[in-house]
Design a protein around this ligand. Structure first.
Ligand code: SF4
Ligand code: FES
Length: 348
């Protein structure tokens, strides 16, 4: 991580934040009697709470990732900011968010690729921004090694009786400057612009940038993502078990190897205009898992797998928009896989 140690520029991170309101205990009986939000029967609760936008300006190196920025913010500016990550290098899939509206992983999104200059007349719209705090001034204000500032605005709160998708503004454009420092713009630190972060689209938000990704995992589980082989193991000429492995030729492995790299990050689902939480469409991530086993020469459950995806919310719900494959961090052509599954279901 580059961080501020070799910082050469400033960037502003604008985060769409959300703080859930605790459930009222005595409303559980009423909630249980409510109709499910989806015609497909989902009873998943949509959280209610306070929403607002918050800006953090910090010194960075352009090659840092957006995750580096969030870690700096979390450790030195605002410990209340919530986001999820684990491996830090594109392997675990836990940190998918919308960066400038595009679903991607925090740990692979470089500042230089995403920072954008806003048009002059929209730069300060609805926001009160302070100039970058220099590091010595920050230290005297308890921001040791921070080199940044925080601006909060556009506070809104969901109401108890509205649908989760609709919010009513109670404090629109409320502006709170959490840290104002001595204005000391450094001529050697060019402003890279702004990066906007929001939780992964299509999923219920739990807090700030943390979305509830259980729908992905539930849908993947539904398609039984494990090898279902008939138990025939390699044998010797005498009929004895030779190795306790299901052997495969390299060309058979090549048919599904790339698909087995899926990390269930949900980027494809966040990009899909049909997915929207998996209620009407099982989603591309689950279907990629199904395709992985359909292409595995050792698997004997092809018919059951095709039956499982040949449903109204299965492959039939795919509209072939092909937005799903544009940002896959593992290089899977998800749209092409959806098309291959559509063909396989039609032709059987
Ligand atoms: S197919 Fe790609 S984008 Fe979709 S869940 Fe798997 S790794 Fe993520
Ligand atoms: S933190 Fe693991 S993929 Fe980004």
């Amino acid at each position: 991580m580059g961080g501020i140690g070799n910082a050469t520029a400033t960037v502003t991170i604008r985060v769409k934040r959300f703080a859930p309101r605790p459930e009222r205990p005595n409303r559980s009986a009423v909630t249980a009697l409510r109709k499910p939000a989806s015609p497909f029967g989902s009873t998943r609760k949509r959280p209610r709470g306070k929403q607002w936008s918050q800006e953090y300006t910090l010194r960075v190196h352009p090659h840092d990732t957006v995750l580096d920025c969030l870690l700096i913010i979390k450790r030195t500016l605002d410990p209340t900011l919530a986001f999820r990550y684990s491996c830090g290098h594109g392997m675990c899939g836990s940190d998918a968010v919308a960066v400038n509206g595009t679903p991607t992983l925090l740990c692979t999104a470089r500042i230089s690729d995403y920072a954008k200059q806003l048009p002059q007349n929209t730069q300060n719209e609805g926001f009160r921004r302070t100039a970058t705090v220099n590091r010595s001034a920050a230290a005297t204000r308890g921001f040791a090694a921070s080199g940044g500032n925080v601006t909060e605005t556009n506070t809104t709160e969901t109401t108890e009786d509205t649908d989760a998708n609709s919010v009513s503004a109670t404090d629109a454009n409320a502006t709170v400057v959490a840290a104002e420092g001595t204005v000391a713009p450094t001529p050697l630190a060019p402003d890279l612009g702004i990066i906007e972060l929001a939780p992964l689209p299509g999923f219920p938000v739990q807090r700030d940038l943390i979305a509830d990704i259980d729908p992905i995992l539930d849908q993947i589980k539904r398609l039984q993502p494990y090898l279902q082989a008939d138990g025939k193991l390699a044998t010797t000429r005498e009929g004895k078990v030779d190795v306790f492995e299901y052997l495969q030729k390299p060309e058979q492995l090549a048919k599904y190897e790339l698909l087995s790299n899926c990390i269930a990050c949900g980027v494809c689902e966040g990009s899909c205009p049909v997915f929207a939480g998996g209620e009407a469409f099982i989603g591309p991530a689950a279907l990629v898992m199904a395709s992985r086993f359909l292409n595995d020469s050792r698997d004997d459950a092809a018919q059951q797998r095709l039956d499982a995806i040949d449903t109204a919310d299965g492959i039939a719900a795919c509209q072939s928009v092909r937005a799903c494959g544009r940002q896959c961090p593992r290089g899977i052509d998800v749209g092409e896989e959806m098309w291959q599954l559509t063909t396989a279901v039609r032709e059987r």
